[in-house]
Write a protein of this length. Sequence first.
Lengths: 489, 306
Amino acid sequence: MRLIRDRLVLGVSAASLAAGLLAGGVAEAADIRITMAAPDWPPTRFMKEEFDRSYQSPDGHNTVLDMDFIPWPSFYERVAASLASGEQKYQMIVTDSQWLGAFVEGGYYLDLTDMMIADPELTAIMEDLHPALVSAYSTYPHKTKDFIAENEFPAPDTRYFGFPQFPDTYVTFYREDLFCHEGEAAAFEERFGQTLPCTYEDWQDVDWDTFRNIGEHFQRAAGDPLGDGVADDDFFGIAYQAGKGYDFSTMQINAFIWQHGGGIWDETEAPNAQAEGVVNSDIAVEAFEHYLDLLQFMPPVAQTGQMDIFVIQDLYMQGKVAAIVDWVGLGEPVLDPNTSLVHDKSAFGPAPGLRQEDGTIDRTGNIGGQPFVLTTWNSDEVVQEGLNVVKWWLNPETQKNFVANGGQSGLMSVMADPEYNDLRPWNRAHVEMLDWQRDVWHVPDFFELLTQQQEEFDRAITGQIDARTALDSVARFQQMLLEDAGLIE
Amino acid sequence: MAAVRSQEEGGFFAWMMAPERRGPMLVAPALIVLFVMNIFPLLWSFGLSFFNYRANRQDIPDFVGLRFYERVLTDPDVWERFQTTALIVGSSVLVQLILGFLLALMFANQFPLRRVLLMLVLAPMMLSFVSVGVFFKLYYEPTFGLLSQAVRVFTGSTYAILGSPTGAIIAIVIADAWMWAPFVMLLVLAGLVSVPKYLYEAAEIDRASWWRRFRTITFPYIRSLLLLAVLFRTIETFKLFDIVYIITEGGPGTATETIAVYTYRVAFQFFRTSQSSALAYIILFVVIVLTNLYLYAVKQREREVS
């Protein structure tokens, strides 16, 4: 009887297998067009070029990746308007991590958790990704980096939505010709009793106090000696983002707040976490004052609240600043002789941080970069092909190619490759900074939180109000808004 | 009978163009476009302003009556933006009026290269808002901008006009006035050239002073056109968005955030769709009042001319 049952099972299994193979064999190649919303900049341009060059659908489809390149300043509005209009234009979207809540709650971003678990290749990718990236780019409701690191994939009570398209961190861009100049180093040593950082290892020991001294040291008027020559225009020592637009001051101010031991409203503890008393704590105020203090050594555009990430990149490329803290994603034009006067003089180090009592430096920063997601209206066939594109993009070979062309990888196996640090000059700094990354909120109300905060920060940056007044206003607004949204009880 | 046969022979086109329906058929396309592009969205957004609806959420809208109108009218942020808008509108229109008037007085006379200069003066008005915004943003840039460099020649230090609320408002007013003063000039110039020459000749015989000639001859002819210019520019400046958004993004803080920029933020960044609809209707009401004043001025002018 048992033999008959076993034979029956075997027969059914064989028939199923044959039917499956037959079905697989007759599946027709389809023409699939994936329209992807993408910011218009090198990391997405490369993705399109590489796709056209090397992608082959494992399912045999004729797949076209149609990138809708949107300029950065209008990227959010264009994507949001498309989603809200119901036009269902995009099958995939490169998205800022902060948008996850708004567009998941809106029903636009596809929950990929079950597909990731069911597909061994995707599971392997998720396990290989840096936990800071999984935390920021994929989870909603948001889970912290530590939670992701402590739990194997899939982490308990966690839903996953995205994969890294381009992981970004901010690092220091500096003028090697000035920082390694003997005369400048001697003058710096004499004035501040410190070594002027020249090598990568020197920059690993740069805290905000040293960065301030660098700002003071390199502030020159037109005609003053500078390195081997003279400054042909006013020259400035340092710059970091201090712009009113989008998140162009929050990203740096958050770093100061976290490094000082303060916090922002903690969405992972909602609805118990409060905004008032946290956002405007004494520590947060001290951290914000610290951030504001360094602005005096930056180019005068800092006084207007318009010193965003692109402005400091421009000023650096025009040879008007000695060192800036900016995103790795903006590094490639710096090395391009067509766009940069300092293309052959630039080197990169980790971003400065706050020295702790034990002498170590805390470099906690706000993560940049973008994940990419799939949308909910895709057919099963398009979803499957979209996931094939994800697997192709996060394949180690594609990722190395991407890194060699100015991108970054989120895969720990790729970052551990001995060749990795040599692929681009900022790679070592990026890997070092990645461990320090945290993210701002992901709740649906993030844009209101961000806009009001940016306005108050801007008032403080332009000297209209002090740090305490700004943070009190931010805390009050956040408390009210988040209570209305049911995120604070 | 012959006409009916002719229509039947001509088919559908002939039927449409029959004298009794030719008129309605010719205006129908325009009416359809107007309804689809203007009237329907207006009515739809008016309806939305009475519901609690956010375009980026899937929640079903629920009726809330006048709640959003009450919220908008009691929101101190809205009143602050209205005050900012009023300040910019008042200052900008005044500057445009003075500049436009002076330019018109200049161009009412004949002088060498007048045509070339006139073309140059009119050029800003023909540029796009984005171009003007970007141009002035670079012009005001404190590190390398022309304004800062010019100030440095005299003071020895750079100048960040956008660094203070007052400076930023002045900067916006200058940009807007630079762009639109030529428009005021055109209107005033039209009035100036319509003044009969014999009136000036008679005044000269009477040895009337320049001021008396201006007050009794020139000004009555251009008064209505000046009023038109004021109203037209007030309505347009009230909706000022592009230049502000590009030059200051409403900053420093919210010092230059006009009501148009604020409405945009509420609608397309915060996705408070119903609230922004209510706000838009309040702005529409203000613009309608101003438009009626404008139409009244036009009628006055027509009466004067006739």
